[in-house]
Design a protein around this ligand. Structure first.
Ligand code: GTP
Ligand code: MG
Length: 295
């Protein structure tokens, strides 16, 4: 068997990282989809995977991953004809961890070791968690209102409250680009030896509005898109729209629970096609490490 391969899920709080891992585990355990990765042997320590997998099967939201804790998971995966096997190290980190990297400009030794060994990154963006940038004109309009009584008509009750700026209020794409720059700085070879897959999560909320996740990225997060395009070869970056739940648990739970094969509620869409195979982004990330052969 080849050496373990580490893939890091990177994303701010509640962007879908744990839900992705839970559905990956259940899919790899139970699917018989041709071409998909499957579990070759059960890991000795599978408590965390079973816990999050059970919540996913029952269409229940995942508990927040605890700050400072790295849930280490290791899964032996094989391709569907069992001709190749890989040990995937797939740590689950809390989104606050990445916020603190951005805000405090430092990370733990434990995270540093993961970065050193990573062969790929999954970069999570949740459409409902994106902080949009404001233009200078918008800022002047609002501050003019506060200072001079210009700008929007407002009475005392509706006047905008002036909020003290903290780093976590910066636009999401600014924070993500900086996190990518940290990786690139730490690993000189980061983007020449690694692959980066952007996962636009909760794709069920967007797929009727945007044809593809790469169009969404270009329109809604142009700085991030530009950074990826300018710094990573086209064969080492890929954008996926992923619905790991298949829909909103609050409004669609009973419908989602009717699938005979739970993994059939998953959606994975890129520019070329849409299917239910959540192992597809992982297969793409592993491709380079397995000698560039398609798996
Ligand atoms: N509609 C929809 N919501 C989703 C999907 N995947 C995740 N979510 C929601 O996104 C929220 C965050 O999901 P998590 O998987 O817990 O996110 P996380 O990145 O692990 O969060 P932290 O552990 O806090 O960093 C939850 O409310 C989920 O229900 C999806 O495919 N569709
Ligand atoms: Mg989590």
């Amino acid at each position: 068997m080849s050496a373990p391969r580490t893939i890091i899920s990177l994303g701010f709080p509640a962007t879908g990282k744990t839900t992705f891992l839970a559905s990956l585990w259940q899919h790899a355990l139970s699917s018989t989809v041709k071409g998909a990765l499957c579990v070759e042997a059960l890991p000795t320590d599978r408590k965390y995977l079973n816990q999050i997998g059970a919540a996913w099967l029952q269409c229940e939201s995942q508990s927040r991953t605890r700050l400072g804790r790295i849930e280490r998971t290791s899964i032996n995966l094989s391709d569907s004809d069992f001709s190749r096997v890989v040990t995937l190290e797939f740590p689950d980190l809390s989104g606050e961890t990445f916020m603190s990297h951005w805000a405090e400009r430092q990370w733990s030794l434990e995270f540093d070791n993961l970065v050193e060994n990573a062969i790929g990154f999954l970069l999570f963006v949740h459409p409902e968690k994106v902080i949009d940038p404001t233009t200078i004109a918008e800022e002047i309009y609002v501050s003019g209102d506060v200072q001079n009584g210009d700008g929007p008509k407002s009475d005392e009750n509706t006047k905008e409250e002036v909020v003290q700026w903290i780093p976590n209020l910066a636009p999401t794409q600014v924070q993500l680009v900086e996190c990518l720059q940290f990786l690139n700085k730490r690993r000189d070879d980061a983007f020449s030896a690694c692959r980066v897959a952007v996962v636009v999560s909760a794709w069920d909320l967007l797929c009727s509005e945007f044809d593809t996740a790469s169009i969404y990225l270009k329109k809604r997060l142009p700085l991030l898109n530009q950074y990826l395009t300018a710094n990573i070869d086209s064969n080492r970056r890929h954008v996926y729209g992923v619905s790991a739940q298949g829909g909103d648990y609050k409004s669609k739970k009973s419908e989602l629970l009717t699938h005979a094969n739970p993994w059939e509620r998953i959606l994975v869409a890129d520019d070329d096609f849409t299917d239910h195979d959540i192992t597809r982004p992982i297969r793409w990330l592993l491709q380079e490490a397995w000698g560039g052969e398609s798996i």
